[in-house]
Design a protein around this ligand. Structure first.
Ligand SMILES: Cc1ncc(C[n+]2csc(CCOP(=O)(O)OP(=O)(O)O)c2C)c(N)n1
Length: 294
């Protein structure tokens, strides 16, 4: 099990405190810098390990950045605090983005990222809760994270706790039937503390989501299952900050975050092969340039 990088965690907590009272432009500037750092570390990790899911990582980075940079009530120096907000990355194949984010917040030392996917490393290709502080549940088999999140939210409700639960899913992942059972359950128990964020990049493994199995009319489907639906541009921090606010209707919230697979790197954007392709050395150089100069 990895342990807290105390200095980084304390810096993270201090920054969170400062940003809580800062003008929104300052919050967005801080989130923008954080997201760039996370993408750069992720690129480095995937390049070293020669495996990973960079397209989906870059698609979900701004969502993770918003949550960890400004929304979640979590403390890397006390990662099992019972009253912490819960976060589950259901699209567990994008572990690289989560690991970089957790390292950024000090849940474990950044140097550990260099071990990603090596034998005996705690940083497996998919997140493992017994090895990585800040990981709430093991994910990888699609369609499990949302049901687990609903269980966490139901427990909070039964305990009368104000803690919130967030889950991030892929849009391809919404083809798993278990998610719709979870959605019905969340609505039935009026679990307004749940926010399900769908990373709507319109690509899955090997094909477009709409070519594989149509999700549209997606917002209407989620609304008919009892959700307050927020359909937003998923790389716009101002929109993400608003969309992650608590429910206004007493219903669970579904955020459709319209994103771009491979976001931030021109030759990866919207290209299905970057689901789990590994960049060449020249491509890494170009990607670093584009991310740094954005
Ligand atoms: C139950 C299950 N079936 C298949 C897979 C293999 N798989 C890994 S990622 C993926 C595509 C997921 O697409 P999406 O949810 O849209 O994720 P994103 O595009 O954001 O990476 C598939 C089919 C899996 N992990 N779990």
């Amino acid at each position: 099990m990895l342990t807290t990088d105390r200095a980084t965690a304390e810096k993270y907590l201090a920054t969170r405190k400062e940003l809580a009272d800062a003008p929104v432009e300052d919050v967005i500037a801080a989130l923008t810098a954080m997201a760039t750092q996370i993408r750069l570390w992720d690129l480095e990790m995937i390049n070293r390990a020669k495996l990973g899911h960079i397209g989906g990582d870059f698609s979900v980075t701004d969502i993770l950045t918003t949550l960890y940079g400004a929304v979640l009530n979590v403390d890397p120096t006390n990662p099992t605090d019972p009253e912490r907000d819960r976060f589950i990355l259901s699209k567990g194949h994008t572990a690289g983005a989560l690991y970089s984010t957790l390292a950024y917040c000090g849940f474990f030392p950044q140097a550990e990222l260099a071990t990603f996917a090596q034998a005996l490393s705690p940083l497996n290709g998919h997140p493992n809760r017994t090895k990585v502080p800040g990981v709430e549940t093991n994910t990888g088999p699609l369609g499990h994270g949302f049901p687990v999140a609903v269980g966490h939210a139901l427990a909070a409700k039964l305990q009368g706790s104000p803690r919130r639960t967030f889950v991030v899913m892929g849009d391809g992942e919404m083809q798993e039937g278990s998610n719709w059972e979870a959605a019905m359950t969340a609505a039935h128990y009026e679990l307004s503390s749940v926010t399900a964020i769908i990373d709507r990049n319109r690509l899955q493994q090997g094909a477009g989501t709409e070519d594989t199995k149509t999700l549209e009319p997606f917002p209407d489907k989620l609304a008919s299952f009892g959700f307050e639906v927020r359909d937003i541009p998923g790389h716009d921090f101002a929109a993400l900050l608003l969309a992650t606010q608590p429910s206004t209707t007493g219903k669970p919230v579904a955020v459709i975050a319209n994103t771009v697979k491979g976001k931030g790197v021109s030759f990866m954007e919207n290209r299905v092969e970057w689901h789990h392709k590994v960049p060449s050395d020249e491509q890494v150089t170009q990607a670093v340039q584009e991310l740094t100069n954005a």
